[in-house]
Write a protein that binds this ligand. Sequence first.
Ligand code: MTE
Length: 330
Amino acid sequence: MNRRAELGSPIASSEITPRDVFEQRRTLIRAAAAGAFGAALSPLFARSAFAQTASPNAGSVKLASKANPQFMLDEKLTSYKDVTTYNNFYEFGTDKADPAKNAGSLITRPWTVAVEGLVKNPKVYDIDELLKLAPLEERIYRMRCVEGWSMVIPWIGVPLAELIKRVEPTGGAKYIQFITLADKKQMPGLSIPALDWPYVEGLRMDEAMNPLTLLTFGLYGEVLPKQNGAPVRLVVPWKYGFKSAKSIVRIRFTDTEPKTSWNVAAPQEYGFYSNVNPDVDHPRWSQSSEQRIGDGGGKLFPPKRKTLPFNGYAAQVASLYTGMDLKKFF
Ligand code: MTE
């Protein structure tokens, strides 16, 4: 049996149905989707002892920040409910609803992030130190998932560049790898080899230094809910959502292109760069359009919007890729 994970295609009706309808139809959809990887997994997930704890949002904690006018996108925000209940975080299950249900078991304090590799000042940072690296900023970013849906989210964070400057990369450092928590005791999804754990991601140094790249601690004025990658995640808005690694524990500076989870899982489908690109289709579906979660007043099939090159951030990042064949370096 193929037990590897797949990010779903955009036409799966379960992905775009309003949540209440989705919940009612879930069992049916799972049965109907026999053969799809997620459906094959669900009996295993049902058997495993998932911690059905209280909502991870219970008692959510406010996080003060100052809006950065340079990054306040003038687009309708995706609702808090959709942002925090329609998630990909495979360590807590492969269903969109699983992370909100299961991430209550994630322990986010104490938490440290080891910064290591080709840097002059390697250091293990406590989460509270990271929170004080620079004034926290609120920024509204458009996010585009490779599955064909998108959201607009008010994040809270600091430019990743602030951390990079402090650790002083050596001349040889060309890439950064982000390594996330993999703890079977806290993460029920790890008992299933959906991906090679831990979930890892990577950026080229200039991408990591770009002012858009955000080391993120919160959303909607609050500390990150666990299902969104507490206590610290990356947000890289011109790339498909899977580049934005959640619950980071290690940041490693390297001289060669680091391994990334989805590239290892399916190299012909997910490249290292994964820039949002309407002209380069996923081998199994088009990337030319997207459905914004919540568009169309919760209609069964939200209208499609055209996907923009670099997810609308071309002015800020296209120059990073001058001279590169983006069909080859997808
Ligand atoms: N990070 C970890 N550790 N594990 C994951 O499964 N999923 C990725 C990314 N970061 C993932 C992850 C994918 S596929 C997406 S689309 C985004 O997180 C979703 O982030 P959100 O749930 O906050 O919208």
